[in-house]
Design a protein. Structure first.
Length: 429
């Protein structure tokens, strides 16, 4: 029923087919919310009732998968369509409405105060898991922030191996940078944090993670003992999200992988343009053997799944906690992730230089739209930019539905400019 869709027989059809499980699995007849019903249909309807902030077919499928996972079902649903681009279409054609009220439409975007940015790019030079494009990512982004969005160089902190050794992106320096970013911020300020490098997971030591694993980013010195030399998602919450003052806007960009399952994925080279050495690196750092096994979640972590009295943290702790934690509901916070939790975020070669596939698509999309886009539209356009070239599907979370309609970095009007990212000698090619 499903595989016929991709047989080539229906190239002109707009056709989507959901399946409740994989071909070698069972689809459960279950008991949920006081009645008998199919586990997949229950998860499907629950996803539609849930405030799914990006209602594209792909996002709907991911929410259904999460509902089944938190309900302790092993079946993995599938979605097939006739064209890859159709995965990014709105479910049933129901697009989010742009508020007619101008004050509401532009809520949370006006920048009245100062602008600050922390840009961390790590190539891990001379180390076994060396990357090539992370420093270029933040160099390119810095140029856009300064030339387009009016950031001053004194208000941008760069942490890369190209900087003086004082600003190499080791854990302590990155943590100092995060403190610098939010310190002294007040209502009307705009902050930006961009991380390009390896992501990973390690054994959850708190017992609060239903998966038994905690997400982390990997500073330059992550080849030393863990967790002393990594930064856990909970540390980002504590040091950044929790300390964000009311009325201060923060956009975070994580161009890395956050899921241990990426180690089992194939590298789809046929979807990558021919480049030097057919380069397509993966931004995932395998954790040390001693701390890579899932822990046993605590009774409270498991009970919250079954009872429905509380929601476990879903997926990537950097991104999805933003939309589930009640403490963040009043924060002006947007968090981009370069890929879904079960995908790789590619270290790639585009426009004659090494750079992250997501960061390349992010900046190119802004350039193509003259640097003025609403957040939700920006996400969809980035996905379109990557479609057919890379298998990763970026994601965006925020704290309130209407914030998807705000403008990226408050740029409400298009900018006419001949500026091109990385047009000078500063990028490593």
């Amino acid at each position: 029923i499903r595989r016929a869709v991709v047989s080539g027989k229906y190239p002109d059809h707009q056709l989507w087919v959901f399946s409740g499980c994989q071909d070698d699995q069972t689809s459960a007849d279950a008991f949920e919310e006081g009645q008998y019903q199919g586990a997949f249909t229950w998860a499907f309807v629950k996803a539609l009732k849930f405030d799914v902030w990006n209602e594209a077919y792909f996002d709907l499928l991911e929410q259904i998968k999460m509902n089944l996972k938190t309900g302790m079902y092993t079946q993995v649903p599938a979605l097939t369509t006739t064209q890859t681009a159709f995965l990014n279409w709105y479910y049933m054609g129901k697009a989010p409405e742009v508020p007619e009220d101008k004050e509401l439409a532009d809520c949370g975007v006006t920048i009245l105060g100062k602008k600050k940015a922390l840009l961390v790019g790590i190539n891990y030079r001379g180390k076994p898991n060396e990357l090539r494009g992370c420093i270029n990512d933040v160099v390119n982004h810095k140029a856009v922030l300064m030339h387009i969005y009016g950031y001053q160089e004194a208000d941008i902190l760069m942490l890369t191996e190209d900087e003086d050794k004082l600003n190499w992106p080791c854990k302590q320096r990155v943590q100092e940078g995060l403190k610098w970013l939010v310190e002294g911020a007040s209502e009307g300020d705009s902050l930006l944090f961009h991380y390009s490098g390896h992501g990973s997971q390690m054994t959850d030591m708190t017992g609060s993670e239903p998966t038994g694993l905690s997400e982390c980013i990997c500073p330059f010195d992550c080849d030393k003992p863990w967790p002393e030399h990594i930064i856990l998602d909970t540390e980002i919450h504590t040091d950044v999200y929790d300390k964000l003052p009311d009325g201060v806007k923060l956009e975070c960009i994580f161009d890395c992988c956050h899921s241990g399952t990426v180690a089992n994925l194939e590298v789809f080279r046929e979807m990558v343009p021919m480049v030097p050495e057919e380069y397509n690196g993966i931004r995932y750092y395998p954790p040390p053997q001693a701390c890579c096994q899932p822990s046993s979640p605590s009774a409270s972590a498991l009970s919250c799944i079954r009872s429905g009295t509380a929601e476990p943290k879903k997926g990537s702790g950097f991104r999805k906690a933003v939309q589930t934690a009640a403490g963040y509901k009043d924060k002006l916070l947007w968090v981009y992730s370069g890929c879904q939790d079960n995908q790789t975020s590619a270290d790639a070669y585009e426009d004659a230089q090494y750079q992250g596939a997501f960061t390349w698509a992010f900046l190119k999309t802004l350039e193509d739209h003259r640097y003025s886009m609403r957040q939700g539209a920006l996400l969809r356009a980035i996905r379109d930019q990557l479609c057919g070239r890379y298998v990763q599907t970026p994601a965006l979370s925020t704290t309130s539905r209407e914030y998807f309609q705000t403008f990226h970095l408050a740029q409400t009007r298009p900018i006419s400019t001949g500026f091109k990212t990385c047009s000078g000698p500063t990028c490593r090619r």
